[in-house]
Design a protein around this ligand. Sequence first.
Ligand SMILES: *Cc1c(COP(=O)(O)O)cnc(C)c1O
Length: 367
Amino acid sequence: MGALVTSVRQVSAVPELTVDLAAVAANTSRFVSWARGAVMAVVKADGFGHGLGDVARTAVAAGATRVGVTSLDEAVRVRESGVDVPVLSWLNPVDVDVRTAVRCGIDLSVPSLDHLAALHSGVRVHLQLDTGMARDGAAPESWLSLMSAARRAELAGRVSVVGVMGHLPCADTPGANESGTRALLRGVEMARQAGLKPSVRHLAATSAALTDPGTHLDVVRIGAGLVGIDPSGTTRLRPALRWTAPVVQVRRVAAGTGIGYGHAHVTERATTLALLPVGYADGLPRGASGRAEVWLAGRRRPVAGVISMDQAVVDVGDDVVVPGDEAVVFGPGDDGEPTVGDWARWAGTIPHEIVTGIGARVRRCVR
Ligand SMILES: *Cc1c(COP(=O)(O)O)cnc(C)c1O
């Protein structure tokens, strides 16, 4: 087996995720100028892994006039980050803390009669209709009873209905939004007939916002697009993450050396291996093993063997790499480094899962 090459310089760096808020601002501006109505910045899941408060503040400064999240806890954190535009939380249990929502000025979605029954104190709500997902939102057969119950609750001062929302199941597919859009407009009409006066109708997320203006209505809810992900594949947005890791160890190995667990890769010839202190616990998808690459010493290099929980081995051939050298796991791709999209492809998933899966151990840094 190969000898350990001695460390020739101090390892100073640690794995680091850099968030480019200028990219978030630029992406936001594009949606603000394209959208027929307003832009709601969706910052759930820690702002798609980019930092909830940072993304919310940046998007609002760049023209988003609303913020959306799933849980009430996230909404409170948005408020605490200093954002003063309307904030909507759309995924909560029936016994959601209404008092906190009212105190922090947070709008809640109403996806069912049970949710509605638990609301009080005049909380602002958006009726959440299932427009084709069979997931969250009220099923069409319940809309009529939901609308009239909402009107009664409004007259009793328990809620104030300000919006009606839906979500599109197949927005990445051109021409697939018609039935969802019709459903939402039918729901809005039913709400008005029940005496409600919702002023914001919203349906589109990133894909539909980019490809189908007919879905824009009053507000588009943009999450992935803010951080540079375009699920529709039609638009070049600016990726906002760069993930680096220092080489912590280098060794020369002979031909026929099995690398890592299960010896999933065996070297064909003598080569140099560089060890990175990042693994699947940090969000490197183990399923990308055998295909993944990182940028190191001026070019892309294959990750050799199976990605471990805490570490990954990179094959640099006969090139010189020393401990302390910086590898780029992914970045915007401007210099040839792998992108989040590459990692998603190697792992058989979507970019959203990569950016929301970076572990807590990776140091965050904002610029
Ligand atoms: C996550 C989410 C969005 C944002 O979707 P993107 O495709 O990331 O823009 C919009 N609406 C709802 C209901 C969501 O859950």
